[in-house]
Write a protein that binds this ligand. Structure first.
Ligand SMILES: Cc1ncc(COP(=O)(O)O)c(C=O)c1O
Length: 396
């Protein structure tokens, strides 16, 4: 299905992104550009409808509360969840920190992660005092679930995997991961940062216990993210931060708290962030995650074929990567690749992608990474290939 045909707009899909005019933006895995619909929603929320939520008795505040809660419902529905189980956070990082700090599985003090995790899915567990066991990868860069099955044990409080790797684009078999977790009485958290903008997701069908994602990677604003968790798990977790909006009764002697999700949302929330995220979800769903996935899988195939034709280019990750192509050029540091491509108006990410353990495993200090989005097309790949020929010319 062509992504272009799904949107009811006079503008072409590419023209809906004002900030990419005149260049080839291939860094959507770091942060997605924003379609005009999202920019308009944010402008209207501040410039026309703005008021606080949950506390105001006046009409505009009640309307804003409705919009805010509608955003929660949309954020939950996007992943097949229930709005009462959806907590707004600052992003995926804060969501994982919250679970690491507050979820407890009896006295278990180990977690099972994979070798491809983002630092956001490593450091919070260390800070919370967990020992980490690391599931290796298959030769083509997927989380090795056969190994995970052997490693998972009753020592593990939780298994936490990236649903889609931000470096390799590999997609984990999430249903199997959930079954592996539950067989040993543990829980599964999926880091859906890269999956939410790229795949249809249904937490009920997957059977996972926690799911996190960030708004800014899903065509929405920064500073807003989502933590979905099973009600019984959220109910078992104490508050994360204290303050307004999360309490039932406060005295100097003792305080009682609201139920989830409010219990985990202390302080005035990112009201406009949630409204912007809602617009981004509506925009994404108008195209359809199935169509977006097919679009990005096709671009990855085209990109990998094109890059393979350039001598000295090494590709990382599997052929069916979801929207992400990491690569190296013999004898050229990825930062030099990024700088030369920038001269040709092509934006790629060069670095360790917040996955230093994975870089060590791949035996490289860094990679260059091209990542796609709804607005990406063949012209971006052509520009990337042209730019890499320039890189080759310069570095001879
Ligand atoms: C797989 C993955 N997990 C977690 C994060 C952290 O997301 P955020 O910085 O939006 O909290 C990212 C962002 O790069 C990511 O790609």
């Amino acid at each position: 299905m062509n992504v272009e045909t799904r949107l009811n707009s006079a503008l072409s899909l590419r023209d809906q992104f004002p900030a990419i005019r005149g260049w080839h933006y291939l860094d959507s895995a770091a942060t997605a550009q924003k379609p005009q619909a999202v920019i308009d929603a944010i402008a209207n929320a501040y410039g026309r409808d703005y008021a606080t939520v949950h506390r105001g008795v006046y009409e505009r505040s009640a309307a804003m509360t409705q919009s805010f809660e509608a955003a929660r419902a949309a954020a939950a529905a996007l992943i097949g969840g229930n709005e009462h189980e959806l907590i707004f956070t600052r992003g995926a990082t804060e969501a994982i920190n919250l679970v690491a700090a507050r979820f407890a599985n009896g006295t278990r003090k180990r977690v099972l992660l994979s070798a491809l995790e983002h630092h956001s899915n490593i450091v919070p567990w260390q800070l919370a005092g967990y020992a980490i066991d690391v599931v290796p990868l298959t030769d083509d860069g997927r989380i090795d679930l056969d190994a995970a099955e052997k490693m998972a044990s009753e020592d593990h409080a939780l298994i936490s995997f990236a649903h889609v790797s931000n470096v390799l684009g590999s997609i984990v078999d999430a249903k199997r991961a959930a079954a592996i977790a539950h067989k040993v009485g543990t829980k599964l958290l999926l880091d859906g940062c890269q999956a939410a903008p790229r795949l249809p997701i249904d937490v009920a069908d997957i059977g996972c216990d926690f799911y996190v994602y960030s708004g800014h990677k899903l065509y929405g604003p920064t500073g807003i993210g989502c933590l979905w968790g099973r009600a019984e798990l959220l109910d078992s977790m104490p508050p994360y931060q204290g303050g307004g909006a999360m309490i039932d009764q406060v005295t100097f002697a003792a305080t009682t708290y609201l139920d989830a999700p409010s219990r985990f949302e202390a302080g005035t929330p990112h009201i406009v962030g949630a409204i912007g995220l809602h617009a981004a979800i509506d925009w994404t769903q108008a195209i359809g995650l199935d169509a977006l996935h097919a679009h990005e899988i096709a671009l990855v195939a085209e990109c990998r074929t094109a890059l393979r034709s350039i001598p000295g280019v090494t590709l990382f990750g599997p052929e069916d990567s979801a929207g992400i192509v990491s690569f190296a050029v013999d004898g050229v540091h990825p930062h030099d690749i990024g700088t030369i491509l920038d001269d040709e108006r092509v934006a790629v990410r060069a670095g360790h992608h917040c996955a230093q353990p994975l870089m060590a495993l791949l035996g490289v200090p860094a990679t260059a990474r091209a990542s796609f989005a709804a607005h990406s097309d063949a012209s971006d790949i052509e520009a990337l290939v042209q730019g890499l020929h320039t890189v080759k010319r310069i570095f001879g």
